[in-house]
Design a protein around this ligand. Structure first.
Ligand code: S3P
Length: 453
């Protein structure tokens, strides 16, 4: 992110157990996809529980610049628990209804916006430029440039370094069979979205199953999508060329990646008992629940149901003494964004936790192997970074420290949790970056712990 996030947040240790019922803002991944598919579908898509975080606002802005009318519905409301429930209307213009923007599309800090929208733009009959903030413009884009080029798209890194800004011009798209080296929903989704515009079927294989919201939502909008697991354990998603998508009503569940900070805080602060309402528990996202339980956590899913194709539940979390574990393999894509806060749990847990197969951490909003290690070491934890993860010898008391957020929302929130359970005061530097995925995070956690922030 650029320099506007200069707010330092003081965190003092939690003085009370966390207790009560909370509602987490909408899922970021699902909110992005709902706007994107709504924009290229015919008719008005209604999105309840949309996440108004900076990343999803970047997605809205890009489509508005391409002539799509997007507005809050009158029924957007403040709930009885004081949380805001935005309802968004996206007036879609069909697969070929986007207009050339009159300047570059700005995707801010959002990798999801940049990579997914590239798949859509590859199929348009106009040229445009995509660019983001400093962090975004350092993240690898060859992972989408390569498959989209194989499909016949004209897409290039303007500076020639494999990063944004990206220039995308009209090209005739053909279906391909693409073997992705990384389990990445962003890569898979870019290829599937381009596949909507191709003249033959498109297939993407990934080494382990990454989040499947794109496949599931595309089906809901009327596309012909399927997926299966191969004998060698890899996963293949395929899509047929498409004539039209049709507007839908979408209920966005609470984001398990945001719930993760409250789950972790409740597990660490003695006496806590928290009910987190209406949280998405799609198995491709819910690895944190599995790992926390392996570490000894008492978490129960109640009121389970499926809403707009997405499994959802209320999570009841009780304070639990934790022990270390091993985290790797096909679990990694199901909890990749939660690894910062899982590392915090590991630092407080008895024994050793080994995180492996997670080299993707290096190319997130910050190099998270580095940013997690530095933060935990500053607080006195015993952490050894490795090439694809880290080894954490847990169980030491942590002390407050000055923590560099590296302008990375998940680092800021993970270390806020670490600070609540530590001795002494912590300063989270540039903490305003939490707005990327969780505007209101500090108000929520502050009111729960009745902290003197
Ligand atoms: C996302 C996919 C993940 C995740 C990111 C959101 C998505 O990235 O880290 O925060 O919405 O598709 P990768 O798919 O590149 O692992």
């Amino acid at each position: 992110m650029n320099g506007k996030f200069t707010h330092n947040q003081l965190i003092t240790p939690a003085m009370h157990p966390l207790s009560g019922t909370i509602r987490i803002p909408g899922d970021k991944s699902i909110s992005h996809r709902a706007v994107m598919l709504g924009a290229i579908a015919k008719g008005t898509t209604r999105i309840q529980g949309f996440l108004p975080g900076a990343d999803c606002l970047s997605t809205i802005e890009c489509f508005q610049k391409m002539g799509i009318r997007i507005e809050y519905a009158d029924s957007s409301s403040v709930r009885s628990d004081n949380s805001f429930s935005p309802e968004l209307l996206v007036h879609g213009q069909g697969l070929h209804g986007l207009k050339q923007p009159d300047g570059p599309l700005y995707t801010g800090n959002s990798g999801t916006t940049t990579r997914l929208i590239s798949g859509i733009l590859a199929g348009q009959d106009f040229s445009c430029i995509l660019t983001g903030d400093d962090s975004l413009n350092r993240r690898p884009m060859n992972r989408i440039i390569e498959p989209l080029s194989q499909m016949g798209a004209s897409i290039k890194s303007i500076s020639g370094n494999g990063c944004a800004p990206l220039g995308i011009s009209p090209g005739k798209l053909h279906g391909i069979r693409y073997n992705s080296k990384v389990a990445s929903a962003q890569v898979k989704s870019a290829v599937l979205l381009a596949g909507l515009y191709a003249d033959s079927p498109t297939e993407v294989t990934e080494p382990a199953l990454s989040r499947n919201h794109t496949e599931s939502m595309l089906s809901g909008f009327g596309a012909d999508v399927s997926s299966h697991q191969n004998e060698n354990g890899s996963w293949c998603a395929s899509i047929q060329p498409c004539r039209e998508l049709f507007a839908q009503d979408i209920q966005v569940p609470g984001d398990i990646s945001s719930a993760a900070y409250f789950i972790a805080a409740a597990l660490l602060i003695p006496g806590s008992r928290l009910l987190i309402k209406n949280t998405g528990i799609n198995p491709t996202r819910a690895g944190i629940l599995k790992i926390c339980r392996e570490m000894g956590a008492d978490i129960t899913c109640i009121n389970q149901h499926v809403s707009a194709g997405e499994p959802t539940a209320d999570l009841l979390v009780n304070y639990s003494p934790l022990h270390g574990t091993a985290i790797g393999g096909s679990d990694i894509p199901t909890l990749i964004d939660e690894l910062p806060v899982i590392a915090v749990l590991a630092a407080y847990a008895k024994g050793t936790t080994v995180i492996s197969d997670a080299a993707e951490l290096k190319v997130k909003e910050s190099n998270r192997i580095d940013s997690i290690t530095r933060g935990l070491q500053a607080m006195g934890a015993d952490v050894i970074p490795t090439d694809d993860g880290m080894i954490i010898h847990g169980g030491k008391a942590l002390r407050g420290a000055a923590i560099d957020s590296f302008l990375d929302h998940r680092i800021a929130m993970a270390f806020t949790v670490a600070a609540l359970a530590a001795e002494g005061e912590t300063i989270i530097q540039n903490a305003q970056c939490v707005d990327v995925s969780y505007p209101g995070f500090y108000d929520e956690i502050c009111s729960l712990g009745r902290n003197t922030f």
